[in-house]
Ligand binder design. Structure first.
Ligand code: HXC
Ligand code: NAP
Length: 258
């Protein structure tokens, strides 16, 4: 891979479980992990999508079907991955749902649905993986600038990602020193479902870009590199924090609404 400081075998033999790893940013992480030698399992709701993702990742990756809102289902998927690949060195909680709507345009069920997928789903993945972890494991939640910044049309995602950010700190305290718990907060990432929903036209995209320090959207590869960093000994003293991979999205003017 061009533009990477990581050796091709930096994750050799590591076992990784990625909830929500069947498309977009998380699939990008899964592919990068496999390319660097990890044994990878990904899970999403749709079994055909999970199978296609596993084929795209290659290297014997497992594609599993489970809804993170269902503790028993996601736990069963993790047990299957653990049985195949061994104790997890890396667990990623990346499943999320999002749509643009003002708070008054959301039913109680609409708000609850995003909280359930993002926040409760992350609790389920983290709670469910703990006794399946290897020594010195790295556990990572994929959060978003919404976790720090209020944004119009994003009451559900802002509340959910803020909850995830605080959960990261609590679990880092409770699970140290042998488990590190961190988050990655991507900014707008090219070619993803998330940005197709949040900036569906060229005008909105240009407005986004103008407010970002780097003046462009990021790539799945750039997010994956942060996940690799957090999963190596280079991050051995990094826990309880959120790394912004957002080109400066969360600073100053760029932190404003969608
Ligand atoms: C208002 C909406 C809505 C909308 C759905 N709902 N879309 N309300 N505006 N645009 C309401 C529904 O009417 C329903 O409420 C409730 O939400 C649940 O909808 P369901 O379709 O029954 O839920 P479900 O099948 O579980 O699907 C969940 C979903 C869906 C979140 C609604 O969009 C989904 O599966 N998304 C996964 C993919 C995704 O969103 N990827 C992007 C992640 S990106 P009622 O009251 O009618 O029952 C991301 C970006 C972050 O997070 C940051 C970027 C910078
Ligand atoms: P995406 O392509 O829609 O990926 C979402 C993944 O989660 C898919 O694998 C999806 O598969 C799975 N998923 C959704 N609901 C699930 C559920 N209830 N149970 C299990 N799996 C579920 O999204 P993306 O845009 O790449 O975003 C990925 C992550 O990055 C999210 O956490 C998002 O909040 C974060 N993020 C994205 C951006 C961006 O620019 N896109 C920016 C900041 C943060 P199924 O549909 O088959 O379930």
């Amino acid at each position: 891979m061009t533009n990477s400081p990581f050796r091709d075998d930096v994750l050799a033999g590591k076992s990784a479980f990625i909830a929500g790893g069947t498309s977009g940013i998380n699939l990008g992480i899964a592919k990068r992990f496999a390319a660097l030698g990890a044994k990878v399992a990904v899970a999403g709701r749709n079994p055909e999508k999970a199978a296609a993702a596993a084929a795209e990742i290659g290297s014997g990756a497992l594609g599993l079907s489970a809804d993170v809102r269902d503790y028993g289902a996601i736990r069963a998927a993790m047990e299957q991955a653990h049985h195949a690949n061994g104790p997890f060195d890396i667990v990623i909680s990346g499943a999320a749902g999002n749509f643009l709507a003002p708070a008054l345009g959301m039913s109680a069920n609409a708000f609850r649905t995003v909280i359930d997928i993002d926040l409760n789903g992350t609790f389920n993945v983290f709670r469910g993986c703990h006794d399946l972890l290897a020594a010195d494991a790295s556990v990572i939640a994929i959060t978003a600038p919404q976790g720090e910044n209020a944004m119009t049309m994003q009451a559900h995602a802002c509340a959910a990602k803020a909850g995830i950010n605080r959960l990261i700190g609590v679990l880092a305290l409770e699970w140290g020193p042998h488990v590190r718990v961190n988050g990655i907060s991507p900014g707008p990432i090219e070619g993803t479902e998330g940005m197709a929903r949040l900036a569906p036209d060229a005008t909105l995209k240009a407005a986004h870009e103008a407010r970002i320090a780097m003046k462009r959207w990021g790539t799945c590869h750039e997010v994956a590199e942060a996940a690799v960093f957090l999963s190596t000994s280079a991050a051995s003293y990094v826990t309880g924090t959120v790394i912004d991979v957002d080109g400066g999205t969360s600073k100053g003017d760029a932190a404003r609404a969608v």
